[in-house]
Design a protein around this ligand. Sequence first.
Ligand SMILES: [Zn+2]
Length: 239
Amino acid sequence: MAKLVKAGVTLRDQLNKAYSNRDKRSDGWVGDASHQARPSDHNPDKDGWVHAIDIDENFGPGWKKGTTAKEFADQLIQYAREGKDKGRLKYVVYENSIASGTYPDKFWTWREGNWGHTQHIHVSFTDKAEKDGSKFDLPIFKPEPEFETSVGDLIAEAKEPVSGMPYPGVNFIKYGERNDYIKAMQAQLIARGFEVDHGASGNYFQKTKDAVKEFYRSIGLTSNGMKMGPKAWDRLFGN
Ligand SMILES: [Zn+2]
């Protein structure tokens, strides 16, 4: 009997929970006849373990091609690069790029080529993934933060810039984080005319990174957009 490695089951469950309306049409795990004619991690091994899953790139409402799915894929390889996957991930393929832990020259960094997979993300697992089904602690799986009164919501409702918001510290205002300070920053950026694609969501991902970069440029500073420092924050809030 074919069975998906435990880490694969966990990863799929976490995605289904975080994106309950995601499209599963390009999902898959056990190989069909064409897979079985060639070596593939989708084929069951001698013990029945299947070492790969395919995840449809459509993550549901609000989804845009190349954003959420790419963020997920990026976060997954970053996670592996830092060794947090405990050696359970083997390689990831998406949008003609591959990243793997078995290619020393480019250890868990994207390599472009004719790798296909333009509608789904392929994730291959090692033997370690068979029995280890512990959760993947990725930023996109972090639960929505709850605040009694959301400063972010207040600024978003006011639709105009506010002032005097103290800097909460860089640990809160950086790529991959999700909290109300980020929501406040996004709402303020929007109120100042900067574009933040998904609105003030509280998620610091690619679109927010671009907006932060743009804001830095507007005040004559340069930044890669990965975080907002105290100086820029004070300018943003007119402190
Ligand atoms: Zn696949």
